[in-house]
Design a protein around this ligand. Structure first.
Ligand code: BTN
Length: 238
């Protein structure tokens, strides 16, 4: 695939979305740092030198379900990181990657439309590798280099992740093999069916219950009173 790289850019997702029409399928936009990167809920994403910040353009779409891409990248990132001997990397629903209970990566899947027509999907990955985290994030976030005190070459890591994405994506497209990715995604979850969790739904609403079902598109919780709640968007509180 083709990689377009920058030493600095505002946001690789933004660049990928704005240039989607002229960039071919599978183009990867990679930047060593970002000045206004964003995550879910439009939150800003700290992106200094040393971290891995990239976006992949998928178009035309063989897989049209945005959640499938989140699943694809989550599994590819966790498996790649585990391959580097960070054995307890896990996925936290819906799109975070944790190591030892701290966030090491986030994934942002954005659909791009012309009018009503879905013309492409951009998936952004932010992975804390050798970058220094701002002080205020240190209680909730971590980086690979701070866990094992080692320097990890970014080009090797991005290649590893991209190779995995291709393998998993091709497998997903084979009839009868689609479930393989979902099984992997489930096995790598930090929270599984039967666990009790609290989810914040918005600024002032929380919900506690036992996980009944978990998929990228839906988290189903059962509260004390037996009621089932379907959550499509929210954040598990650690
Ligand atoms: C989240 O945890 O909410 C998702 C964070 C996604 C950050 C990545 S870094 C590369 C790409 N460019 C962006 O502006 N965001 C994503």
């Amino acid at each position: 695939e083709k990689i377009i790289s920058f030493s600095e850019i505002d946001s690789t997702n933004k660049f990928a979305i704005e240039n989607l029409d002229r960039l071919p399928y599978g183009t990867v936009v990679w930047s060593l740092s970002q000045t206004s990167a964003y995550g879910r809920y439009g939150r800003s994403w700290s992106s200094g030198d040393g971290g891995l910040w990239f976006s992949i353009i998928f178009k035309p779409l063989q897989i049209t379900e945005p959640n499938a891409y989140t699943k694809l990248l989550s599994v590819a990132v966790v498996e790649s990181v585990r391959d580097l001997k960070y054995r307890n990397a896990q996925i936290k629903w819906p799109n975070d990657i944790l190591i030892n209970g701290k966030k090491v990566a986030g994934i942002l899947t954005e659909s791009v439309f012309t009018g009503e027509r879905l013309k492409g999907i951009v998936v952004g990955v932010g992975l804390n590798v050798n970058n220094e985290l701002p002080h205020e994030l240190k209680s909730s976030a971590t980086s690979l280099s701070s866990i094992k005190n080692e320097y990890i070459p970014l080009n090797l890591l991005i290649e590893k992740i991209l190779r995995r994405v291709e393998v998993l994506r091709k497998k997903y497209l084979i009839r009868g093999k689609t479930k393989y990715l979902t099984r992997k995604w489930k096995k790598l979850q930090a929270f599984v069916e039967g666990d009790e969790i609290t989810v914040s739904l918005n600024e002032n609403e929380k919900f506690t219950g036992i996980i009944k079902r978990i998929s990228p598109a839906l988290l189903q919780l059962q509260s004390d009173d037996g009621k089932i709640h379907n959550i499509v968007s929210g954040e598990i509180i650690l």
